[in-house]
Design a protein around this ligand. Structure first.
Ligand SMILES: *Cc1c(COP(=O)(O)O)cnc(C)c1O
Length: 229
């Protein structure tokens, strides 16, 4: 299967999952996860209609960002971000999905301020409380939204999670459901702040389940490019 065929198939499945719960499929943005994939293939994905690319490593993001300058690709930082690397990507990314501490948010705020930007971010939630994963625990989320929400050069657009690895994607619906509930609850309480409108959740294994529970961004790598070696 070609990248173009794979993109078509992913879009078909997004649409079916959205319609099955009465959602408008156009509310869901597909991010192609391009880690380990060549710049040439990223361009192929762009030509197939996916202009949003997600990378989980700063070095690799920078390399492809520069190689594909002017190609009209929106770069998303989706992996754990070290504070000392924020400066390299601050003016190159459309959205940082993986803000997991006030310290990191403060550094993003400072660097964004220095280049006169307001940077869109998502807060990563460790939704299943897995020791192996980064992210803010659900119990600590509200205080983090409050504190990070006060930083003037950061705009908290919403939440992101990486659900557990499962055989049956239905098992993750409960986590996606909880993510959506967290957004609704916090939006309801923080009437003085801008409301969150983005939920980045669902990968190749479980994006249909995520769409059914309210995802507005899904991050698909394997489903577009095949297995990573
Ligand atoms: C690799 C990765 C994905 C995509 O995973 P696939 O299973 O290949 O679709 C999504 N989100 C994050 C944060 C990733 O690191």
């Amino acid at each position: 299967m070609s990248i173009t065929d794979n993109v078509k198939e992913v879009r078909r499945r997004i649409e079916a999952a959205a319609r099955s719960v009465g959602r408008d499929p156009s509310e869901i943005k597909l991010i192609g996860v391009t880690k380990t994939v060549s710049a040439e293939k990223v361009l192929e994905m762009k030509d197939a209609g996916v202009a949003d690319a997600g990378e989980n490593r700063v070095q690799e993001l920078l390399r492809k960002h520069d190689a594909l300058a002017g190609a009209g690709i929106n770069w998303h930082m989706i992996g754990h971000l070290q504070t000392n690397k924020v400066k390299y990507i601050i003016d190159k990314v459309a959205l940082i999905h993986s803000v997991d501490s006030v310290r990191l948010a403060e550094e993003i705020n400072a660097r964004a301020s220095a280049v006169n930007r307001v940077v869109d971010v998502l807060l990563e939630v460790n939704i299943a409380g897995e020791l192996s994963k980064f992210g803010i625990l659900p119990d600590n989320l509200e205080i983090n939204v409050k504190n990070i929400g006060e930083l003037p050069n950061i705009n908290i657009r919403g939440l992101m999670c990486i659900a557990p690895y499962v055989e049956n994607p239905q098992e993750n619906r409960v986590f996606f459901h909880t993510m959506r509930k967290l957004v609704v609850d916090i939006n309801g309480k923080m009437y003085h702040n801008r409301k969150m409108d983005t939920l980045s959740m669902g990968m190749t294994q479980d994006y249909q389940a995520a769409v059914m529970e309210g995802a507005t961004m899904i991050r698909v790598g394997t489903g577009i490019f095949g297995l990573r070696s």
